[in-house]
Ligand binder design. Structure first.
Ligand SMILES: [Zn+2]
Ligand SMILES: [Zn+2]
Length: 315
């Protein structure tokens, strides 16, 4: 597949930075303690959130909303575990990455092999029409109203059908899926049965063994709305080129507490550096970023915070 001149241009900038960097050998190593910390933190957050929701005094619609927001954020953050596991960089051992990816993915109804497939294409074809995230970026000049609606539309379910279509392999196939040698993985029907069972048990536990059904309902509402809304915010802040609409453009962000709590985990804010070296452990992305700063980074590839980057779209 040939790349457009814009894509070639940004790929060249990446290549130039890569050739100027020298990473120490230890930064290519993976760390089991790092992976364990990321996973245990996520499990701890789920336990605390569930306890708080059950004992919050919220009832009815408020409980559904509270649960949708809290579990929406948590489920969204699980994807950083899936992400690093899909690159086999979360743990040292490949089979641990695989197991963790499948287990955490199933808990949020995501098939790990399908996730890995779409994410690898995102790396190969970032910003092109065949990037699986293509519909999460805006192209050309748009009004402020349209930009705002584009950002918030996932909250109202605009991504539900495309998401289901991707997860269940139905609907329109992308050009990638039909032309490339890397074939879309087929999901075994047994996985769907198992995922329903796992999510069912999980909801039963979260709802206090059936005492708080609205918490379970909130989880189901939050996954395809709040989670996908946050994913859109992050995709725009990372890959939207507000100046030249250059395909493949990728931006990092400095550490910001609000971003960290809502929009990323596992150093995912250093997204430019991740696209430079997709295989290295996210543990080292910050130090790679410091080296890129010293070397001199391509224009606009570092933002002070994701929220500030998002606000730029209104100018
Ligand atoms: Zn990316
Ligand atoms: Zn990646």
């Amino acid at each position: 597949m040939s790349l457009s001149p814009n894509e070639v241009e940004f790929n060249k900038e990446l290549q130039k930075v890569r050739s100027g960097l020298e990473l120490p050998m230890h930064e290519f190593a993976k760390s089991n303690s790092y992976g364990t910390r990321i996973c245990l933190t996520q499990i701890f957050i789920v336990c605390v959130a569930t306890y708080l929701l059950q004992n919050s005094g919220l009832r009815g619609v408020n409980q559904v909303l509270g649960s949708a927001i809290i579990y929406g954020v948590i489920a969204y953050r699980v994807q950083f575990i899936l992400h690093d596991a899909s690159h086999k960089s979360l743990f040292r051992n490949s089979s641990i990455n695989e197991t963790v990816g499948w287990v955490f993915g199933t808990f949020v109804g995501v098939n790990f092999s399908r996730y890995r497939y779409t994410h690898m294409w995102h790396h190969r074809l970032t910003g092109s029409q065949n990037d699986p995230q293509y519909r999460d970026y805006l192209h050309g000049t748009v009004s402020r109203t349209r930009y705002f609606l584009f950002l918030v539309s996932p909250l109202f379910g605009s991504r539900v059908f495309p998401y289901l279509s991707r997860e269940f392999g139905v609907g329109e196939k992308t050009e990638v899926a039909v032309t490339q040698d890397y074939h879309e993985p087929r999901v075994h029907p047994l996985w769907y049965v198992m995922a329903l069972l796992v999510v069912g048990i999980e909801l039963f536990v979260m709802s206090g063994f059936g005492r708080y059904p609205f918490i379970a309902l909130g989880f189901l509402v939050g996954l395809p709305t709040v989670s996908l809304f946050l994913a859109r915010l992050r995709a725009v802040s990372e890959h939207q080129d507000f100046v030249n609409d250059k395909a493949g453009f990728t931006r990092s962000h400095r550490f910001n507490l609000a971003d960290y709590l809502l929009l990323y985990d596992a150093n995912f804010n250093y997204h430019f550096e991740h696209h430079l070296y997709p295989g290295i452990s996210s543990k080292y992305l910050k130090s790679v970023s410091i080296r890129v700063d010293q070397l001199g980074r391509p224009s606009d590839t570092m933002g002070s915070s994701m929220s500030r980057t998002l606000i730029r779209g209104f100018r």
